[in-house]
Design a protein around this ligand. Structure first.
Ligand SMILES: NC(=O)c1ccc[n+]([C@@H]2O[C@H](COP(=O)([O-])OP(=O)(O)OC[C@H]3O[C@@H](n4cnc5c(N)ncnc54)[C@H](O)[C@@H]3O)[C@@H](O)[C@H]2O)c1
Ligand SMILES: O=C(O)C(=O)C[C@@H](O)[C@H](O)[C@H](O)COP(=O)(O)O
Ligand SMILES: [Zn+2]
Length: 364
């Protein structure tokens, strides 16, 4: 298979990390063998149940290229991000004699790429891995940047590692089979990139919100590429989240609290949408964010069908859940808010009354 009109976005390369490329286009899977490299013996293709055919086709294709290829099927969505499923993958790698020169390929949405990256980060203390994201969310965010991990009963992504992939293949054709709710959920991270760094993204979506809801929309490739570039710029200068990278967590403090409260049954993007609405109200009430930009959150999120609200009576539980957010320092809660459009900043230890008032706009 040959690839056609491929965009290549380079990531990393500073502070001792190996650079890698994110490829965006169609018919890209022909690039996989080359990325894996010819000195590799074994490849493990980790894929969700929903992509059983794709996983097996990739395994067969790699076997045809001379690799000892195994497919490891894992549950769909967040059910894959558990210690038990990671242990199942370690067992499969052990049984196929996987060594430090072998390669993991994670094919699927963000849940699968987070798990596959984590399995690669932990097996033999770290083997190479390649991400083949198949949801819009995984293409623009999860598969890019090297954050890998799993959930625990105590919170979202509480166990993980920074372990960048050796390459990322975003084949836009994969989006054609994605259920519309999953497609729309991914738009939340695209809209996040718009608010924190690249407002042209918001203009593109606002120009035709209905078209933005489908991969057939006229701006799909541009939206995906712009969002990847936002993430690439950030993670290339701060892989391990010592500062700047925290801006990518916009909306996530409340989002992760909601996901835990829903026992990880909500889609991440839907929770991020509610979380960004909350962060916008928090920014407004803290005197940081102008009304027009705060209101723009509601209109753009709502226009593509993303949720803005969550149960009002759950606030005490959400507040408790937020304490284990990775941005917390001791008892200090920290939120990413905006000082204005594309001007993200940290709000530390907001007054509990302001937090409650912001949630008053979100609760229903
Ligand atoms: N590591 C990071 O930097 C990062 C960034 C953002 C999000 N995430 C994580 O990503 C996860 C969410 O990822 P997601 O929104 O991609 O959802 P997902 O991976 O949970 O996938 C949603 C559903 O779509 C199915 N699916 C995937 N691709 C498909 C396709 N092409 N056709 C049909 N079905 C398909 C999956 O099997 C699953 O059932 C969360 O766990 C979130 O925490 C991680
Ligand atoms: O890449 C990052 O950094 C992000 O924060 C991107 C988020 O969209 C993503 O959901 C990430 O997994 C959240 O990380 P966490 O450290 O808050 O668990
Ligand atoms: Zn996210």
């Amino acid at each position: 298979m040959s690839s056609e009109s491929v965009t290549r976005i380079r990531i990393g390369g500073s502070a001792g990390t190996d650079p890698y490329e994110v490829l965006v286009g169609r018919r890209l899977l022909g690039e996989l063998g080359g990325l894996i490299g010819d000195r590799v013996k074994r490849v493990a293709v980790i894929h969700p149940e929903a992509l059983a055919e794709t996983g097996d086709a990739l395994r067969a294709d790699l076997a045809g290229q001379g690799f000892e290829a195994v497919a490891i099927q894992v549950p769909n969505a967040e059910e894959a991000k558990t210690a038990e499923v990671a242990a199942y993958c370690w067992k499969a790698l052990g049984q196929s004699g996987f060594t430090r020169t072998d390669v993991v390929v994670g094919v699927g949405g963000g849940s699968t790429t987070d798990l596959a990256g984590f399995v690669a980060a932990t097996w033999l203390r770290g083997v190479r891995w390649i991400a083949v994201p198949t949801t819009v969310l995984a293409m623009v965010d999860a598969a890019v940047g090297g954050k890998t991990g799993i959930n625990t009963a105590e919170g979202k992504n509480l166990v993980g590692s920074f372990h960048p992939p050796a390459g990322v293949l975003c084949d836009l054709a994969a989006l054609d089979s994605l259920p519309v709710n999953d497609y729309v959920s991914g738009l939340a991270e695209i809209i996040k990139a718009g608010f924190i760094a690249d407002p042209a993204i918001l203009d593109l979506i606002e120009s035709d919100p209905q078209a933005a809801r489908t991969p057939q929309g006229p701006h799909t490739a541009e939206l995906v590429e712009r969002s990847i570039r936002v993430k690439a710029d950030v993670v290339s200068s701060d892989l391990k989240e010592s500062g700047l990278r925290e801006i990518l967590n916009y909306g996530h403090t409340l989002a992760h609290a909601i996901e835990k409260n829903e026992r990880y049954k909500w889609r991440h993007g839907a929770a991020v949408s509610v979380g960004m609405h909350f962060a916008a109200e928090l920014g407004r009430l803290a005197g940081r964010l102008d009304d027009a930009t705060a209101d723009r959150h509601r209109t753009v999120l709502e226009s593509v069908g993303l949720p803005l609200h969550y149960r009002h009576d759950q606030w005490p539980k959400l507040l408790e859940n937020m304490k284990v957010d990775k941005k917390s320092r001791g008892d200090l809660l920290r939120f990413i808010v905006l000082d204005g459009l594309a001007r993200p900043t940290v709000l530390e230890g907001p007054d509990p009354a302001v937090l409650l008032a912001a949630y008053g706009e979100v609760g229903e």
